[in-house]
Design a protein around this ligand. Structure first.
Ligand code: SIN
Ligand code: FE2
Length: 221
């Protein structure tokens, strides 16, 4: 191999071969998968959040979630004292959720395909904002009508430790560090695994500041 070829590989190999880490039978971490999409994604995110700003929601048990939430797509996931719901309307405005931007849809479909799930058509994208200290307790995503579609989860901004567990709350969890641009996809036999996020550490992300933003794409209905 000539030194020119070697230099080319040195420059380009990391971006051309994104790392795919298997964390369970049908669960993958796609390292840096979002990075090439970012410049198209962030302006659309701003537009969605202008129409449906982040808000803190209360769980049925009466606790205010530390992460703030918004949604786009046909269905938005919400929680209040009466339970967990998918609703067509943003309860804060009474208006339909902003439509899912095309680039969101295409990113989710590309990530699902990379993890072995062809034909993913999400109709809901929950957007979570975690300031430092915010967390997400262990839970299963089980408010969707069908479990046939995977969950596609995008991480932006400050890093997080993602807990990826088993099918019982008390099962041992893997701790997976997630960084800006990573995607986790779980589905099939792993679709109902418990998962959560440890409290976000203080920090300043060069692009997104003092926060972590997560999207989870779902087929809700
Ligand atoms: C979620 O399960 O809704 C969020 C997961 C994450 O923030 O990584
Ligand atoms: Fe979840």
């Amino acid at each position: 191999m000539s030194s020119i070829t070697l230099d080319l590989f040195a420059d380009h190999e990391p971006e051309q071969q994104p790392k795919r880490e298997q964390i369970a039978e049908q669960s993958w971490v796609l390292r840096g998968f979002v990075l090439p999409w970012l410049e198209r994604l962030l302006p659309e995110l701003d537009a969605v959040l202008a129409a449906a700003p982040f808000r803190q929601m209360v769980t049925p048990g009466g606790f205010t979630m530390s992460a703030a939430l918004s949604s786009c797509g046909t269905w938005g996931w919400t929680t209040d004292r009466s339970g967990y719901h998918y609703s067509r309307q943003d309860p804060a405005s009474g208006k339909p959720w902003p439509p899912m931007p095309e680039v969101f849809l295409h990113l989710a479909q590309a990530a699902a395909l990379e993890a072995g799930f062809a034909g993913f058509v999400p109709d809901s994208c929950l957007i979570n904002r975690y300031p430092p200290g915010a967390k997400m307790s262990l839970h299963q995503d089980k408010d969707e009508t069908s479990m046939a579609a995977p969950i596609v989860s995008v991480s932006l901004g400050l890093p997080a430790v993602f807990l990826f567990g088993g099918f019982e709350r008390g099962d041992k969890c893997q701790r997976v560090s997630l960084f800006h641009g990573d995607v986790v996809v779980w589905g099939g036999v792993d679709r109902l695994r418990y998962h959560g996020v440890l409290p976000i550490k203080d920090g300043q992300h060069p692009r997104l500041g003092e926060q972590r933003i997560n999207f989870t794409f779902r087929a809700a209905r």
